[in-house]
Design a protein around this ligand. Structure first.
Ligand SMILES: *Cc1c(COP(=O)(O)O)cnc(C)c1O
Length: 460
């Protein structure tokens, strides 16, 4: 409709606003010191622009808020459950639908049924909670991304694809009977939020059908993935995002979803599948941990808002704005000479801190150093994905992560273009003084998920 215009505008107007957390440089210095240089420990009202995550941080629409009032809070068989169930059946085509309080609850339920000792799960990349829930059952999770996904400078349309040769090889090696499931994560969050092509999904499906291996989609960002297919894959430019999403779901037997992403709600998730034997067992597990299967750890109003969010997220004006605004941040950073993972993903831009701060060695956490400096510079909060998150110490010897990245995740419908311009300007200032940025050392850490709680200090 407005395709002759170069300017892509936010496809909404603002009805309710929330003030940003303005602070002085001195205040930020003090806040950061008190938080032991760990941004997870900073009070959110001391953050100006919060790019820590896109999970559960989106802004609901007026219609979703109306859904909140419309929610039916009956314990069993609430009207809101049937609204939720029919929205998901219509989208995915799967027969059995179970709400959960968030994505990882769906993971825990599913893997308690199909996981266990000796079982193997294969994926383009398991998200960290997905891997943790698989491993908690005694099973093994193996990532099979395409080789190019690890080359951050190489720009490809579908860097989220699974390596088909590696998939076939490992099925032969391990034997099809030991492969519990193939999980396709759309988009691939762990490796830059990169999309998976329809061609890849359909070929993985062909291979799995031949060996009788079930496929599930980890569908947290299914709509962003569908829109990338529309923009980049031959034969899809005239299809609607919903038609494309339906085709994606049609190649799998079920899905897990964190509704905190592409259902644009602040909490929620679901598990959906065709296998009614598994579904029966899943409901038994669900009652133990989540609640009766028509609410699964959520309020009726949440179910109602998820159903509405799943419709809004597939609107083309929304998806165009979403994908273009992330790309806009990417191109702004590129112009400032800031090295990023190419191309920008669907929900975030990943800055290559190893390259930007090449004077800081991995054992001094260049990613975390950049995260801290970004906060000191402008009150922006980002997330390190590097040696603080994934580094290990074996027999006193430090083993760095393969990458030192800083993720700038964009919450849905929350910030405007001027906020993004501000972030780019902050990086412009940082890039100028990058040689003065110092590394960090760990003062105290815990054995599990250390990045959430670690205490750090600056080091020369
Ligand atoms: C967020 C996420 C999950 C886990 O969902 P939660 O709602 O955070 O529990 C699983 N997979 C992917 C790809 C995710 O991004």
């Amino acid at each position: 409709m407005y395709s002759k215009y170069k300017t892509i505008i936010e496809p909404f107007k603002i009805k309710s606003v929330e003030p940003l957390g303005f602070t002085t440089p001195e205040e930020r210095k003090e806040v950061l010191r008190k938080a032991d240089y760990n941004l997870f420990k900073i009070p959110a009202d001391k953050v100006l622009i919060d790019l820590l995550t896109d999970s559960g941080t989106g802004a609901m629409s007026g219609e979703q808020w109306a859904c909140i009032m419309r929610g039916d809070e009956s314990y069993a068989g609430a009207r809101s459950f049937f609204t939720f169930e029919s929205a998901i059946k219509d989208l995915t085509g799967y027969k059995e639908v179970m709400p959960t309080h968030q994505g990882r609850a769906a993971e825990r339920i599913l893997f308690s049924i199909v996981g266990g000792e000796g079982k193997v799960f294969l994926s383009n990349s398991h998200f960290d909670t997905t891997r943790a829930n698989i491993e908690a059952t005694g099973a093994t999770a193996i990532d099979l991304p395409i080789q190019e996904a690890l080359d951050f400078e190489k720009s490809l349309d579908f860097k989220g694809d699974m390596d088909l040769v590696a998939l076939q090889k490992i099925i032969e090696e391990k034997g099809p009977a030991s492969i519990a499931m193939v999980i396709i994560t759309v988009t691939n969050n762990s490796l830059g939020g990169q999309p998976v092509s329809m061609k890849n999904i359909s070929e993985v499906s062909k291979i799995c059908k031949k060996h009788n291996i079930p496929i599930f989609l980890d569908a947290a960002r299914f709509a962003e993935n569908a829109y990338f297919i529309k923009l980049r894959e031959k034969g899809y430019s005239n299809k609607t995002p919903k038609e494309i999403a339906k085709e994606m779901f049609s190649y799998a037997e079920g899905c897990l979803m964190s509704a905190k992403k592409d259902a644009i709600v602040n909490i929620g998730g679901f598990l959906a599948m065709n296998n009614s034997t598994w579904a029966k067992r899943a409901r038994e597990v669900e009652i133990l941990g989540e609640g009766f299967p028509t609410y699964g750890g959520l309020a009726g109003r949440d179910l109602e808002a998820i159903a509405q969010g799943l419709t809004e997220v597939l609107e083309e004006e929304y998806l165009n704005y979403r994908i273009m605004s992330v790309a806009y941040l990417g191109s702004g950073l590129r112009k400032q000479g800031v090295p990023i993972v190419e191309p920008p993903g669907g929900h975030a831009v990943y800055v290559n801190a190893k390259k930007l701060l090449s004077h800081i060695p991995p054992e001094k956490f260049p990613g975390q150093a950049l995260v801290c400096e970004l906060y000191l510079e402008a009150g922006i909060r980002a997330c390190e994905i590097g040696s603080l998150m994934f580094g290990k110490t074996n027999n006193g010897k430090f083993e760095p992560a393969p990458m030192e990245l800083v993720r700038l995740a964009i919450p849905r419908r929350v910030y405007t273009q001027s906020h993004i311009d501000f972030v780019v300007e902050a990086f412009e200032n940082l890039a100028k003084k990058k040689n003065t940025i110092q590394g960090l050392k760990i003062v105290e850490s815990s054995p599990v998920l250390a990045h959430f709680t670690a205490r750090l200090a600056p080091v020369r």
